[in-house]
Write a protein that binds this ligand. Sequence first.
Ligand code: SF4
Ligand code: SF4
Length: 279
Amino acid sequence: MKVAVLSGKGGTGKTFVSVNLAAAAQNATYIDCDVEEPNGSLFLKPENVTVTTVHTLLPAFDAGRCNGCRKCVDFCRFNALAFIKGKPKVFPEICHSCGGCVLVCPAGAVSEHKRPVGRVERGMHGRVSVVSGVLNLGEASAVPVIRAALAEGLTGEGHTIIDCPPGSGCPVLESVSASDACLLVAEPTAFGLHNLQMVVEMVRLLSKPCGIVINKMEAPYEPLEEYCRQSGIPVLSRIPYGETLARLNAAAQIACEQDPGSRLLFDALLQRMEAEMKP
Ligand code: SF4
Ligand code: SF4
């Protein structure tokens, strides 16, 4: 099963849940699509890491051929081109590599060349294949690196755990697109409930099976429990807010490999995912 792990905001424990699920499943692939801040490998500490550079295509302009018609600038819906001193100029961070400016140029003055925007790292943690997308600093679009990480990781056997970026924007949609089901991680607070509602709206549009994990739970937060009941989405696990988990997490340890209680918790979560989130 390919499971996207989501939360409406950072800090809910999305990566904590993802890396522990992958470790509990053992024969699994973990894909870190939170490419602006990939931190799953801090926990999984993969060995024998290989690195592949991710490129996008960027237009280049031949001043000798350009007749100054501005068709390329007018075409670009992303405002990545400006006409300056009689010549088109591209702003690389905004360009979406759609190739449109190449097609509309009547003078054959536009060509494309490769530009590095990030990398995909792949290594092993025991039997868990660890794939991390890493976006270069200053890049505006995470999507090309997310696509490359998914292309690298989705070929694996066993469970695939996709650690998505926070929020509900384009990078999240891209990360969720290839999954069979979505696991939504929420905190038992008013803010956590609000963020969960945002993510539920998004995954409902995608019509994928869902389950909820309530993390950092001390006592039930009744508005969240009521929302889960009304939404009809099953709560598959309630992870307690305890000192052991907090200490292991702070030390970048995989809790289910160090603590028998955590192992039982994540084994049970895997079983419920398999039973209740079937595509
Ligand atoms: S490739 Fe597309 S997004 Fe980039 S400059 Fe050309 S038209 Fe604009
Ligand atoms: S469409 Fe071609 S010829 Fe026209 S301004 Fe752009 S590069 Fe120059």
